[in-house]
Ligand binder design. Structure first.
Ligand code: HEC
Ligand code: HEC
Length: 372
């Protein structure tokens, strides 16, 4: 490598590091970044820029961050997302937090269910495979493969692609698209998307104590309310509050969407055979409970507006007069209990516990130091 190359590489690394620092929204006081390879750091920083670049949609004006907002745990607060050309999607935008822990989509014998994958139906196996989805989706960012490659080639920072992926990266459309997908994936693998900085995490470490109500809620979560049956799972030795498994919990049809035609869920996954598809009807990937207080409205179709409504639903799933018709009752999860008999106080405690799972909790001692 020539000296000038080294200088150029060094400079762009600094630019990238600054970009990463300013754009990282989530405070990670005690975590050690798993991204130590300088190449990985550069890729993540490029991914961050791409994630926020609204010139990449057709028509321009929409970036990943338009629908995956950092201040809303990378969801968007809408019932369903709205695309670059104002067309309405049919699914609620999920949070991207902790999505990196989802493995490739597979069938787990002992649990008799599919597990893993990206999207509500698991149809992408990796974050890189996923990333091209919205960029090329006519009702999201609206590009064709060629226009997207041409857009990437015209970016003012196209040199960053060359620095990271080599000079040939711009020559071929597919190579360039794969590089963009790789950078977006690497960004989504950083601690920004998995900070583990909730009150719950700090309580696990003994840095803060949960209130009596929150502790009661946690107990209910594991016992009477049995949320833990589906919303459990571990990543980096910490609770993820999802196993990424697929269940049909009889979510009410959102009659305002898609002419009231229910979403078939995992049955849309092209990896399944005809017979498997019948069993997968109406099953959706179980979302994490981390940051759930920030990601309303809820469910794949945004049918519930508040956490209270969600818990009321689980408390009496069979009250269809109140909830409306269930999606595909024939595939109801054998793990779903349809009557929990939670009292009002118990429901409030359960919600108080769920609220401890939001990242970015400020420890009382840090708050005190900050205000001095
Ligand atoms: C128009 C709004 C919109 C835009 C723009 C958008 N997304 Fe999404 N995203 C969604 C919706 C809606 C889903 C769920 C779709 C589904 O399950 O079929 C989703 C799902 C995802 C998932 C899967 C998460 C999970 O837990 O299953 C990832 C990862 C993701 N998007 C990343 C991105 C990236 C990266 C970009 C930019 C290249 C992007 N999104 C742009 C709305 C959007
Ligand atoms: C049988 C498995 C199962 C059980 C038990 C279960 N859930 Fe769920 N949960 C799911 C699935 C699957 C979804 C997604 C369903 C959909 O989108 O239609 C979901 C969605 C949710 C959502 C919406 C999250 C979002 O981002 O949209 C919340 C909140 C939630 N569950 C809370 C709970 C609570 C609280 C309990 C205990 C009272 C519980 N769940 C019990 C499987 C389960």
């Amino acid at each position: 490598m020539r000296f000038s190359d080294v200088c150029a590489a060094f400079l762009s690394a600094i630019v990238l590091l600054c970009a990463l620092n300013t754009a990282a929204q989530v405070d990670t006081p005690d975590s050690q970044s798993p991204v130590i390879d300088p190449k990985q750091t550069e890729k993540a920083a490029l991914g961050n820029i791409l994630f926020n670049d609204a010139s990449l949609s057709s028509p321009p004006g929409q970036s990943c961050a338009t629908c995956h907002r950092p201040d809303m745990a990378f969801s968007d607060g809408k019932v369903v997302s709205e695309g670059a050309n104002k067309s309405l999607g049919v699914r609620n935008t999920p949070s991207l937090m902790y999505a990196k822990f989802s493995t490739a989509f597979y069938y787990e014998e002992w649990r008799k269910t599919w597990v893993g994958g990206q999207f509500w139906d698991g149809r992408a196996d990796t974050l890189a495979e996923q990333a091209l989805g919205p960029l090329l989706n006519p009702i999201e960012m609206g590009n064709s493969r060629q226009t997207l490659a041409a857009n990437l080639r015209n970016l003012s920072y196209q040199n960053l692609f060359v620095d990271i992926y080599g000079k040939d990266v711009l020559a071929n459309d597919e190579t360039l698209l794969n590089a963009a997908a790789d950078a977006l994936q690497t960004f989504q693998m950083t601690d920004t998307f998995a900070p583990f900085t909730s009150k719950f995490d700090y309580a696990q470490k003994g840095l803060v104590e949960l209130t009596e109500q929150e502790k009661w809620g946690r107990k209910l979560y594991d016992t009477k309310a049995s949320c833990i049956d589906c919303h459990a799972g571990m990543g980096d030795d910490k609770l993820l509050f999802t196993q990424f498994s697929y269940h049909n919990i009889l979510t009410p049809v959102n009659v305002t969407l898609n002419n009231g035609i229910p979403d078939q869920g995992a049955a849309n996954n092209p990896k399944l055979s005809e017979d498997e598809r019948k069993l997968a009807l109406g099953r959706f990937k179980t979302p994490t409970m981390r940051n759930v207080a920030k990601t309303a409205p809820y469910m794949h179709n945004g049918v519930f507006k508040t956490l209270r409504e969600v818990v009321d639903y689980y408390n009496d799933v069979d009250d269809r007069k109140r909830w409306g018709p269930a999606t595909f009752p024939e595939t109801k999860s054998h793990m779903l209990r349809t009557k929990l008999d939670l009292t009002d106080e118990e429901i409030e405690a359960l919600i108080a516990f769920l609220e401890t799972l939001s990242d970015g909790y400020e420890l009382p001692q840090n708050k005190a130091t900050a205000s001095q």
